[in-house]
Design a protein around this ligand. Structure first.
Ligand SMILES: [Zn+2]
Length: 235
């Protein structure tokens, strides 16, 4: 379904296209609807049915799988009668011992720290939205989540890993550990979570929740003022 600019729709948001910089007014979407750029046709926003439930379910599953991938054996290499078992954290530690601290930090960040931070932030953001409970960190965590989104490249790491494994197979016998399959499952869940998150829909949900909270505070303030003035009149 394509949405074109509707100047009389007051709830429509003016969205800039990341591809052609064209501006399109996107109205409030119904579940299953997608809004496209009016210039180049790029999808700008998508309202998936039960998107909050899906994001939370994928985030929790990915979190558990990422912890398992970091605790269990990842690979075993057998060559010349010797066997070496590798875990994901040991790759960064080996780089550190080999005198490459910056590379060790980058590997640790992109494999573990950034995805873990992103998962925690997503849960901090989407659980209050699902429960319709305003939280003071909603706006700041929303900004961080969509900033980190483009830096969490677990799918790129997975492709690079498969290419490396194919090359290593010519030099040593390789055994894939449980952590390898846990990381593959984590990458799938993480990618599905990212694809279920829509920036515009998320900000609209945050805006609705925070405006509802401020309305409630204002109404309670008005009631409080009425109570005070009634008390003053009684005295
Ligand atoms: Zn466009």
């Amino acid at each position: 379904m394509q949405f074109i600019a509707t100047p009389h729709n007051h709830k429509a948001e003016l969205i800039g296209c990341p591809s052609c910089d064209g501006l399109t007014r996107v109205p409030v979407l119904q579940p299953g609807d997608t809004a496209y750029c009016s210039e180049c046709g790029l999808p700008l926003s998508q309202c998936l049915p039960n998107s909050l439930d899906k994001v939370i379910a994928y985030a929790i599953t990915a979190f558990v799988l990422l912890i398992a991938a970091n605790l269990l054996p990842f690979l075993s290499l057998r060559a010349a009668g010797a066997e070496n078992v590798i875990t994901l954290p040991s790759t960064s530690i080996s780089l550190l011992h080999d005198g490459m601290p910056i590379l060790a930090l980058l590997v640790c960040s992109f494999i573990l720290l950034l995805p873990m931070t992103q998962l925690v932030l997503v849960l901090m953001l989407y659980i209050p939205l699902k429960l319709a409970k305003p939280a003071p960190w909603l706006i700041s965590s929303g900004r961080l989540v969509f900033t980190l989104q483009s830096w969490c490249m677990v799918d790129v790491f997975l492709i690079a890993l498969v290419v490396s494994l194919v090359k290593l197979m010519t030099m040593a016998s390789i055994g894939l550990g449980i952590a390898f399959w846990a990381y593959v499952a984590f990458a799938i869940c993480f990618t599905l979570m990212q694809s279920a998150m829509d920036r515009l829909e998320c900000w609209r949900a945050i805006e609705t929740l925070t405006s509802t909270e401020s309305d409630t505070v204002q109404q309670s303030g008005i009631k409080h003022d009425h109570t005070d003035s009634a008390g003053d009149r009684a005295s």
